[in-house]
Design a binder for this molecule. Structure first.
Ligand code: HEM
Length: 352
């Protein structure tokens, strides 16, 4: 039946109004996701910006743990992990690894003796292609219990307000436990003598579908030798990279991958709290570092050690850190890979 021009006009206006409404809802959703609607919301952009030194980030480099060196090697699973997780990476076998030793600083030229926290990034690739990525640190606990607390801590340490740190410590007293570790724990002269901890908890899912709340640590085969930071400072700004290069050239370095299983009620969502020492641990295999390569043109340069890249058989838990880390690492990764001209691939070592 033919419709009158007036009716047709009314229908088109109604249609346009629906389209405008849909576009409006999408725009609001975008603005919300970007954090434009609430200035207090903690966004990946703010989190990453808070890590930058006062003169701005080192372009082309990771926005945190900026100084590092690549390695390749293997993870040899002994099969013990299959009781806790169905992931192929725990089935007996040897799987290739690309990793990175690093320092927790935003400055790729920091002197090694000045940085308290050392880290290790790892990507294990079993034949089914289901990678497991992880980034661990040598501290036994994280400085603060929440992502907001981590942001507040960065802002306070950069602030010129004399009581900024005092205020943050009052709000996050758990930070003092970290400070006492930082002051009292021995330093070593080698990445190979460090223990690296996931701190965040995850869920392992076994073949029956049962879930186990776990954390993991890499325990070094090398005996740690304590040495003072003053002694370390005398060895030059890049002694860690030189030492690990020589050490691995002389022979592969090994770590046992130990999985710790939580008891019900253990603080799984708070990486600033250690679990009691008597928790069950399972040795699931051995990491062997076989070759060191400079970061500038090495295989770890363009890897994002996002802790949420997990195989079937491992998932995130109610620990809120991994998803916040994932968003921040992605932002850092996107920035640094777009800034290649500031960090040429033929650069030597960590120098810009
Ligand atoms: C909300 C808390 C955290 C934020 C905002 C944060 C931020 C970052 C950023 C932006 C990077 C650089 C990523 C890249 O460009 O690829 C990074 C690297 C790293 N982070 Fe975190 N991080 C957090 C928590 C942690 C925790 C809990 C650990 C360890 C338990 C950790 C260990 C590391 C390590 C080892 C690296 C270097 C990885 C590599 O070699 O690429 N971070 N972090």
């Amino acid at each position: 039946m033919p419709q009158s021009p007036l009716l047709l006009k009314k229908i088109s206006i109604a249609r346009l109004a629906i389209i405008a409404a849909v576009v409006g809802v999408v725009a609001v959703a975008f603005a919300y996701t970007a954090g434009w609607l609430s200035s207090n919301r903690l966004t990946p952009k703010k989190l990453v910006a808070s890590l930058a030194p006062p003169r701005g980030p080192a372009l082309g480099h990771r926005r945190n743990h900026a100084k590092g060196i690549c390695f390749t090697g293997t993870f040899e699973a002994n099969g013990n992990g299959s009781e806790l997780s169905k992931a192929q990476v725990f089935m007996p076998g040897q799987y290739p690894v690309v990793g990175r030793f690093n320092l927790a600083t935003a400055d790729p030229n920091a002197a090694d003796a000045m940085v308290r926290v050392r880290g290790l990034g790892i990507r294990i690739t079993p034949p089914n292609g289901q990678e497991w990525r992880s980034a661990m640190i040598d501290a036994p606990i994280f400085p603060v219990s929440t992502v907001q607390g981590f942001y507040d801590l960065q802002m306070a340490s950069a602030s010129k307000q004399p009581d900024a740190m005092k205020k943050v410590i009052a709000a996050h007293p758990e930070f003092l436990t970290f400070v006492s570790w930082a002051k009292s724990a021995p330093w070593t002269s080698s990445y190979a003598e460090e223990r690296y901890n996931s701190l965040n908890s995850f869920l392992f899912i076994d073949g029956s579908g049962a879930k186990h709340t776990i954390r993991w640590s890499l325990i070094p085969a090398a005996q740690p030798v304590a040495i003072s930071p003053d002694e370390l400072a005398k060895r030059g700004p890049d002694f860690l990279e030189k030492e690990i290069t020589q050490r691995v050239a002389a022979g592969p370095q090994r770590w046992s991958l130990m999985v710790t299983v939580a008891n019900p009620g253990d603080p799984a969502a708070d990486p600033s709290k250690a679990w009691p020492a008597d928790r069950r641990t399972v040795n699931v295999g051995t990491l062997t570092v076989q070759q060191i390569e400079q970061e500038a043109d090495g295989p770890c340069r363009d890897i994002n050690y996002d802790p949420t890249v997990l195989p079937a058989g491992i998932t995130t838990s109610d620990d809120p850190f991994p998803s916040a880390r994932s968003a921040a690492y992605s932002r850092s990764y996107n920035s640094r890979t777009a800034e290649e001209k500031y960090y040429p691939r033929n650069a030597t070592g960590a120098k810009q």
